[in-house]
Design a protein around this ligand. Structure first.
Ligand SMILES: [Fe+2]
Length: 141
């Protein structure tokens, strides 16, 4: 197994330190991570894109709903970082679109997959989501 396929095949474990305190957000993060890990395993196993289009559709829908949920939370709580956070979501969606194209064409699959996964995990655990959670906690009544 190459370094790239080992990196893609290694599932990202959910770490309790990543909990946000918002049940729905945490549920979304767990579910998306399970789907991403599932996808990584299937790519490394050499499955063709046609066999996991359903998984990609579900993942795309789940990510979109999750981002809408976060946007609504930020809007309601007047989160000052909402505009930049929305831009990060847009970048993640673009990374997902690039991944889908790569899977369909059979090019750069492992690189595109690990880039998307690592970007999503970073966003959730150390990036804009952390900042949003701090604001949500500070403004909770
Ligand atoms: Fe986010």
């Amino acid at each position: 197994m190459t370094t790239a396929s080992t990196a893609a095949a290694t599932p990202t474990q959910f770490d309790e330190r990543w909990l946000t305190g918002d049940e729905r957000l945490d549920g979304d993060h767990r579910a998306v991570l399970v789907a991403i890990n599932n996808l990584g395993g299937r790519i490394v196993a050499g499955e063709r894109a046609a066999s996991f289009r359903g998984l990609l559709d579900t993942l795309e829908t789940d990510i979109g709903e999750h981002f809408r949920h976060e946007h609504e939370l930020m809007r309601r709580s007047l989160c000052p970082s909402m505009a930049s956070h929305d831009r990060y979501h847009q970048q993640l969606l673009e990374a997902f679109t690039a991944l889908r194209a790569g899977l369909e064409s059979g090019r750069d699959q492992l690189r595109l997959f690990t880039e998307f996964r690592d970007q999503f995990v970073y966003h959730q655990n150390e990036g804009a989501d952390r900042e949003m959670v701090k604001h949500l906690r500070a403004t909770k009544r």
